[in-house]
Design a protein around this ligand. Structure first.
Ligand code: NAD
Length: 364
C-alpha cells in the first residue's frame, strides 16, 4: 500500500500538462504516493454542471492533502472562482509563498530567501461589499454616518474590512510555527496600524501577543509602504513576513518579481486540517496543449508538499535537481532563456525529464 494518498487536480488550460510533469517528478523522489485524480475547472463544467464537483472536496477532506494545477475562472457564467471556493470550503487560512533566488533565473537580485504568510479569509477580501446606489448601500451609509464623526458621501460604494483576533492569531501562529520548524530566524508583521487603528492596529497588537510565546524567534513590524521600499532596497534583511490578506496579495507578487517571476513561484494554502499546494500563476489558456510553459512553479509546490508531509530528504533531492537544471540553463523552457524565442528552449515535458534525470544521477 502507498504511504500517502493525495488528491491531484490537473485543472484546465496549461494545468494538465504541468500536473503530469509534476506528478512524475514527485514520484521520482521515491516517496510512495497513490494519486486520487479529481477533475475540476472549465473542462468539466459541461459534464458536471459545475466547475467544482462535490467529489473534489470530498476527496481532499478524505486525503487531507492536495496538489492542484491552475484553474480558469470562467467569466460571465455566474460561477465563482474554483480556487477561492476551495480555499474557503476547506478553511485554508494561510497562503504560504516562498520566494527564493535560484542561480540561473534572470532576476534583479540574488540570494533572496523570503517566505510570505498571507491571511486568506478576512480583510477587504472578505467579499462584504455594497454597490453604489443600492438600498443596502444607502442603509449602511446612513448607519455609519449616524455613528461616525467622519461622513461617507451618499454616492459611494462600500467594501468592509474585517480583521479579527481569531483570524490574526491563527495566521501569526502559523508563521511562527513554520519559522520554528524550518529554522527561520525572524518574523516581520506588516500593517498600516498608524492609519487603520482598529483593524491593522488589532493585527499588530495580536501579532505582538503571539510573538511573546516564541521568544526563540525574532519579531519586528513594518508599515506596509515602508516595507515595499525596504524589500526593493534590501530584501536580504527579511525572512518570514506575515500580512493581512490585501497586503499579502500585493507583496506576494512583489516578492515573486524579486526572484524572477511567475515561472518559479510556488505556493501552498494551509489550514488546520487540510493543505493544498499550487503554483502562483494561472492557467495561461493561450499556451494550452503546446508543451511550452515552465513546470517549475508547480514542481516547487510539490517540494513544499513533501516538506509538509515531513519527507524532508525527498524534498531536498527534488529541489536540488530543479536548482541544478535551472543553473545549467540548458534544458529549460523559453521563459528562462535570455531571448524568448531562443530555439534551444525545451518543452514542459523535457524540462521535467531533465529534473528526473538529475535526481537519478544523484543517487547513482
Ligand atoms: P496567468 O498566470 O495564467 O498567465 C499570465 C502570463 O504569465 C501568461 O500569458 C504567460 O505569459 C505567463 N505564465 C504563466 N504561467 C507560466 C508558466 N508556467 N510558464 C511560463 N509562463 C507562464 O494569468 P492570467 O492570464 O491572468 O489568468 C488566466 C486564468 O487563470 C484566469 O482565468 C485566472 O482567473 C486563472 N488563475 C488561476 C489561478 C489558480 O489556479 N490558482 C491563479 C491565477 C489565475
Amino acid at each position: 500500500m502507498a504511504k500517502y494518498k493525495i488528491t491531484l487536480i490537473p485543472g484546465d488550460g496549461i494545468g494538465p500538462e504541468l500536473a503530469a510533469v509534476a506528478k512524475d517528478c514527485i514520484e521520482a523522489t521515491g516517496v510512495s504516493i497513490e494519486w486520487d485524480i479529481q477533475e475540476a475547472g472549465v473542462d468539466v463544467m459541461q459534464k458536471a454542471g459545475t466547475p467544482l464537483p462535490d467529489s473534489v472536496l470530498e476527496s481532499i477532506r478524505k486525503n487531507k492533502v492536495a496538489i492542484k494545477s491552475p484553474i480558469t475562472t470562467p467569466v460571465g457564467t455566474g460561477f465563482r472562482s474554483v480556487n477561492v471556493a476551495l480555499r474557503k470550503e476547506l478553511d485554508l487560512y494561510a497562503c504560504v509563498r516562498p520566494c527564493k533566488s535560484y542561480e540561473g533565473v534572470r532576476a534583479r537580485y540574488q540570494n533572496i530567501d523570503l517566505v510570505i504568510f498571507r491571511e486568506n479569509t478576512e480583510d477587504l477580501y472578505a467579499g462584504i461589499e455594497f454597490q453604489k446606489g443600492t438600498k443596502e448601500a444607502g442603509e449602511v451609509i446612513d448607519f455609519i454616518n449616524r455613528y461616525s464623526a467622519k461622513k461617507i458621501r451618499s454616492d459611494s460604494g462600500v467594501s468592509i474590512k474585517p480583521i479579527s483576533v481569531f483570524g490574526t492569531e491563527r495566521i501569526v501562529r502559523a508563521a511562527f510555527e513554520y519559522a520554528r520548524k524550518n529554522k527561520r530566524r525572524k518574523i516581520t508583521a506588516v500593517h498600516k496600524a498608524n492609519i487603520m487603528k482598529f483593524t491593522d492596529g488589532l493585527f499588530l497588537e495580536v501579532s505582538r501577543e503571539v510573538a511573546k510565546k516564541y521568544p526563540d524567534i525574532e519579531f519586528e513590524d513594518r508599515i506596509v509602504d515602508n516595507m515595499c521600499m525596504q524589500l526593493v532596497q534590501m530584501p536580504e534583511q527579511y525572512d518570514v513576513l506575515v500580512l493581512p490578506n490585501l497586503y499579502g496579495d500585493i507583496l506576494s507578487d512583489l516578492c515573486a518579481g524579486l526572484v524572477g517571476g511567475l515561472g518559479v513561484a510556488p505556493g501552498a494554502n494551509i489550514g488546520d486540517q487540510y493543505a493544498m499546494f499550487e503554483a502562483t500563476h494561472g492557467s495561461a489558456p493561450k499556451y494550452k496543449g503546446l508543451n511550452k510553459v515552465n513546470p517549475v512553479a508547480l514542481i516547487l509546490s510539490g517540494v513544499l508538499m513533501l516538506q509538509y508531509l515531513g519527507e524532508t530528504q525527498a524534498a531536498e533531492r527534488l529541489e536540488r535537481a530543479i536548482a541544478d537544471v535551472i543553473r545549467e540553463g540548458k534544458s529549460v523552457t523559453y521563459d528562462m532563456k535570455e531571448v524568448r524565442n531562443d530555439p534551444t528552449a525545451v518543452g514542459t515535458r523535457e524540462m521535467g525529464q531533465a529534473i528526473i534525470n538529475k535526481m537519478k544521477a544523484a543517487v547513482r
